[in-house]
Design a protein around this ligand. Structure first.
Ligand code: HEC
Length: 269
């Protein structure tokens, strides 16, 4: 060991020390902890280790000289001319190649393919019950014709639910521009847009509202939707009421398959 220490130049010792630390971190992270550690954390650790090691190596004048000796020799020593020329050609070329690779645009398709309106499951379990989404209807929808007065009361209840819970994200004009919307990705849905609730059945909305972002099927993932799981906060009735309100306020008609494919909103998709 003593012998080795005397022979290895300081610069090589510094490099070996850094490699040793890096290897030790990998062993601790991968083998001992067995966790996936983000590469940026290792980079950060190595940055501080490198700073520390460099300070130790340059603590004395002699140490600094020793460390820089090979570099100095390479640049100044007339007998190293050949080596110098090689290094001064290879290093810029290698750096150039790395930068070229990093800065070249990639034409590969993005990995995250999102399906904005994923096919709903055929049934869902919410509020401790199983609902068949193919036949599920808004129980209050019939009142629109049968008892318009009671219907508008229910819409007003839905408006209260909306203002208390939904407008922070979906906006007080239902246009997806609530005060929190800017900070969210994906952004909250704009219900005024003809491409959203106007294209959907009420059962689809019931499913999406009750189960929120976590209820999205895997083809809609990886998708960090902030849409809350409303079955934890609202009753079944409140969800149906807020759905009435969404259509009433925007003037859209829910899509339905019995009454001539879709409502006033025109053709489906
Ligand atoms: C914390 C913000 C937030 C709140 C509060 C919120 N939402 Fe959402 N909502 C979202 C986001 C983001 C999306 C879009 C991503 C998705 O589909 O999950 C969304 C999507 C939806 C959709 C799906 C529409 C479509 O076209 O697929 C419906 C319906 C919906 N929200 C209704 C509601 C209702 C009703 C409330 C209140 C009871 C509410 N949201 C409260 C963030 C929110």
């Amino acid at each position: 060991m003593m012998l080795l220490k005397m022979k290895i130049p300081a610069l090589l010792r510094l490099v070996l020390t850094l490699v040793g630390f890096w290897g030790a971190f990998r062993i601790v992270f991968d083998v001992i902890l067995g966790e996936l550690i983000p590469a940026s954390l290792l980079t950060m650790y190595m940055f501080f280790v490198a700073a520390g090691v460099f300070m130790v190596f340059t603590f004395t004048e002699k140490g600094t000289r020793e460390l820089l000796a090979p570099i100095k020799a390479l640049v100044e020593d007339p007998t190293k001319k050949m080596l110098r020329n090689i290094v001064f050609v290879i290093v810029p070329l290698a750096l150039g190649a790395v930068i070229w690779q990093v800065s070249m645009p990639s034409f590969e398709a993005p990995v995250e393919l999102r399906s904005i309106h994923p096919a709903p499951p055929s049934s869902v379990k919410v509020f401790g019950k199983r609902f068949d989404l193919r036949t599920l209807k808004n129980p209050y929808r019939v009142l629109e014709k049968e008892d318009p007065e009671q219907f508008s009361e229910l819409v007003a209840e839905g408006a209260k639910v909306y203002i208390a819970n939904c407008q922070y994200c979906h906006g007080d004009k239902l246009d997806g521009a609530g005060p929190y919307a800017q900070g969210l990705n994906p952004t909250p849905i704009n219900f005024q847009d003809i491409g959203t609730i106007a294209q959907l059945q009420e059962s689809f909305l019931f499913w999406r509202i009750a189960t929120g972002g976590p209820g999205l099927p895997s083809e809609a993932a990886p998708w960090l939707s902030s849409m809350p799981v409303w079955q934890n906060f609202l009753t079944e009735e409140e969800i149906w009421q807020v759905i009435l309100f969404l259509y009433d306020y925007t003037g859209h008609r829910p899509r339905s398959f019995e009454s001539g494919e879709s409502g006033e909103s025109g053709e489906g998709h």
